[in-house]
Structure formats: structure tokens, C-alpha cells
Design a protein around this ligand. Sequence first.
Ligand code: WTA
Length: 627
Amino acid sequence: MTDLYDLASKDRLAFWADQAKRLFWHKPFTKTLDWSNPPFAKWFEDGQLNASYNCLDRHVIAGNGDKVALLFEGEPGDTKTYTYSELLSETKKAANALVGLGVQAGDRVAIYMPMIPETIIAILAVARIGAVHSVVFGGFSSESLRSRIDDAQAKLVITADGGYRKGKAHPLKEAVDQALADGNCPSIEHVLVVERTKNEVSFGPKDLWWHEALEAAASEHVAVGFDSEHPLFILYTSGTTGKPKGILHTTGGYLTGASYTHKTVFGLKSETDIYWCTADVGWITGHSYVIYGPLVNGVTQVIYEGTPDSPSFERWWQIIAKYQVSIFYTAPTAIRTFMKIGREIVDGHDLSSLRILGSVGEPINPEAWNWYHQVVGGSRCEIVDTWWQTETGSILISPIPGAFKTKPGSAQRALPGISVGIVDENGVPVERNVAGYLTIDEPWPSMLRGVWGDPTRFKETYWNKFPGKYFAGDGARFDEDGDIWLLGRIDDVIKVSGHRLSTAEIESALVEHHWVAEAAVVGAKDEITEQAVVAFVILRQDEIADAPSETDIAKILRDWVTQKIGAIARPRQIMVVTELPKTRSGKIMRRLLRDVAEGKPVGDVTTLADSSVMSAINDKLHSGASD
Ligand code: WTA
């Protein structure tokens, strides 16, 4: 593995060209990178390829069609296996069905689905015809779905009658109906519905059953090559403003990054490994490490529909033992949840098949790292703590198994081919053991190519703070050995159970309620979920004449946020206050509110316009008058 570091440091571009050549190119590229107009990068620009062909046809043509691609485990216990050949023939039919519905290369298709094989088939079918998928996590509300459909001007939605979660059929089609109600989302021409839970759904003139469309479709479909920079997908993620942004990834560079990192970081032995990443395809981890990375690399992987506690907390460990999973990739939140329950749940299962354990989404604290290592990994498995973002497309910082000794809590090194720095406010590199801002100093193939429809936002958010460098939004420091420790976000993005949310987005949802005059949201430290949403609201007294109790108000507002954004954004606590702490220039001092929410002594209040505000909030908290 040290060879990779050497190769990449000798000639970074030649290194990336070699990684890209692991893909099948319909037309080989001759140019590796065009960085003449930063921050707009073009990778492998004159090459052409097809993402779906790289995930499927290629393996079948190479004689591996009978290899199992997906081991699907439904939450109710139903199972289904797909070989690469089977996945390919379903994808071909789905591609033909999409073409039949008038979907063309470049059109956007929204996907709002549970974690079932059809979701993967739908994604690969969209990519196969050069259309652009925009997967919307099934836990997002109909309003969130609506705004994402509108922003991308999607032509089609693919959804399901429902998905199983926590023992219940979670409705999805209903949310699509709500999103499209009253003539909303006029760009949508059709809705394709996969039958999963058989719960009743209403069908209108735009709706079609997936199975009927596939049955009627021709079974042969020839994948053509698209330009390397052809858009592959948009994925909406939270930033510092109220409106989620559509992160755009293109084909050649993204596939190179996803497949190279999947192979390298997990030390893949594609012949024998059984791989399982627990992420939902609604997030970037599901895109890069359930769909594209693993399928390009031709592995056998487990897909599980439900939650870890259904029907009991044994479920994950049973799945690992049943399928002999050798590589397991999950989030620290899950590890901390199991830590709290106790090791007996895990100890009761034979996990000897495990070889590599991955962590993603938030910093993993050393206690959780050690528990993961000892209890899940039997002190035998390597742990890879992988740092990356929706924007980076693939893992950028992580240990490589066997390359050097791992350290609990540190993501360690930039991968070969990636160049990172840690700088102060003025862009000057900081000394070791000094905290600073994490930057990525050279372009990399799977970098975002833009924010959908908003080139200015792309430049301003990521490239203006430190000219020429990508600003990640995370704090970090190098330790004395040069290993990297991630210190969390330095902006208003928060991480709740590994899910990315923006405080501004939750604030704007709250102030849309007619009771709320002003809202401030903070991410308070939480033992299990890393951060939890805590909101402070000022009410409009004129609007709540027949005043419900504060507890009722808080409950109603929490439900409101669920309805507006989705259950993942539901505040853990809402505090009704009469004033918010502001500086003389009118900026809300969230740091002070975070102290209150975390039950810590409130820090320096001297910059407040009115320093008595914090004591009023504190007094209120201690008198117990919060939700
Ligand atoms: C955080 C998830 C520490 C970080 C793949 C980043 C991490 C944000 C780690 C991106 C890690 C992700 N250690 N922090 N190993 N992995 N993060 O876009 O703050 O959902 O900026 O992508 O998650 O979140 P996103």
C-alpha cells in the first residue's frame, strides 16, 4: 500500500489516470485533467463511458454473471438474491421502460424509495440512459420532496407503495401524491410505483406500476457511452442557508473516485468478500458505497431494508452471521447505541467472518472506536475511520488497512492522490496540534462539479474563503505524527445520527409557523446521536390568543418541523423564550445557546447587546419551563 502513496506523490495525475483506467471506457480518454478554469474541473474529458455498464454488463461479459451481486434482506424477513446477470436484465428492462416514458439523456428523475433491490435497479436504469438521478431520502417529508423535484425540474418520480421500517409499512406514494397535489411539481410527467408493502395507494392519471412497465418493456438494451463530464446525479444536502443545495456529480471522475476508494480503503478481495454498508441510498454513502463503488468492483453485498432494532437489536448481528459478512461499514451513532445497550447483544453471534470495519459520517470518539474494535471486531479487525462529504463524492481521509498503525479517534491520512491542508483564518498552514480549517488543496476526480443551477453558490461556499483551495467546512488538527483529527463542523451544519442538517433550514421551517416570530436552532452535544436539534423560539403573542401551554406549543412545533422537513430534523427540545442573545450588530450568539442546551455554564456574554438575556433564559431553564 505504501506503493500507492509513492506512486501518487511522484505523479498525481498519472496516478489518477491509472485509477480511471480500471473502468471500462467506451471511448478511452487522452486528457486527465483540465483545471484551466478553476473551480470548474474537467476530468478525463474526452473519454466516454456508461456508469451502468461499468456496474453490470462488464462483469457479465467477463464471465462473472452468476456471481451474486445483492443479498437482500427485507425487514419482515423476506429475502431475495440477485446475480449480476439478473441485476443486468432487470436494469435493461427498466431502462427500456424509462425510455418508453419519454425520459431522455440529461433529464432528471427523482427517486423516493425504501432500501430494496428495485431502488438500485432504478438508479442504474436512470444512469444507463444518461438521465440524472436525484435520490430523495424516504424519511424526508412531502414538502422536502416537492422542493427537490422543483429545483431539479424532474420529469419522473420513481417511488414505492411503501417500505418496511420498525415493523410498519411506511408510506411513500402518499407523500409523492401530497408533493404533486394541487398542480404542484408540474415538471413531473409520470410516477412509477414499485409494489412492496401492498398497502392501499391511490392511482391517478400519471401513475404506473413498475412491474407492469417492466413486463411490457423489451429485454435487450445496449448501453452507450456518455461523456466523462456528463451529469450522473444530483444529491441535495444541507448547507449554511435555509435551502438545501443540489450537489452535482458527473460520470467518469465520480466513478473513478468511488471505485478506487472502495477497493483501497476496504482492502477489497472481490472474490471472497461479503460486504455490507448500512447506509440508505438516500445519502451519499449509499450512492458511493452501496451502489457505485461496490458494483463497479463486482462484490457481493448485503442490502437490508429496515432499522437495526427490528424486530430486535439482534438483527444486524444476525445478518452478519447469516451472510458471513467480512466488511462492515456503518456510522458511530449506531455503535454508540449498541454500546449503551451492552455487549451481550453482540456477543451472542458468531461474527468471526468480519475482517474490516468502517466508520463514517461523524467523528468516532475513542471509546466507541475501542468498543467497535473489541466487541464487534473481536480485537482482530482493522478499523477504517473514513472522512468525506456529499461534495467530495468519495472518501478522502482514511487509514488504509495494513499501511500503518491505526489510532482510535483519528481518520489519519489523506488517501493517495489527495492533498489536504489545515490552515488558520488567513489561510496560513497551522502548526501541529493547533486546530484550523480543513482544506483540500488539489482537485480530485470525484469532486462536486457544482451546485445545481447555482454556479455562484458553488464558488462562494467552497472556493472563496481560501482562494485556490476547497474549504470543507470542518475543523481539524494534525497531531505530532502528522495524523489528522477531525473536530466537527465549524459552520451551521449539524450532524444528527450521521444525518446532515442545517440549523438555518430548521429555523426557517419554524418561522413559517404563524406562532413563531423568531427562532434559533443549535446542535447540542448528544451522547448517542453526536448532536441533537435544540430550538429556541420567540412567540408572537398576538397569534396565540387562546394560549395553549408551553408544552403543547413545543409539541406542536416539533411536529411542524417533522412535517416540513422530516422526522430526522425533529427538535429534541424546543424552548420558548422572550428574547434571543444577540450581539450589538444583531447576530444571534448561538454559542451561548449551545451552552444552555448542553447544560454547561454560559460562556462570555460581554459582547451581547443586552447581557441580561442569558440570565433570563437560564432562569427559565432551571425553573423547568421548557418542553
Ligand atoms: C462529517 C457523509 C469526522 C464532516 C459522508 C463532514 C466526519 C460531514 C466523518 C459530511 C469522519 C463525515 N470523521 N467527521 N469520519 N465523516 N464527517 O455530506 O463534518 O452527509 O463535513 O457526508 O460529515 O456529511 P455528508
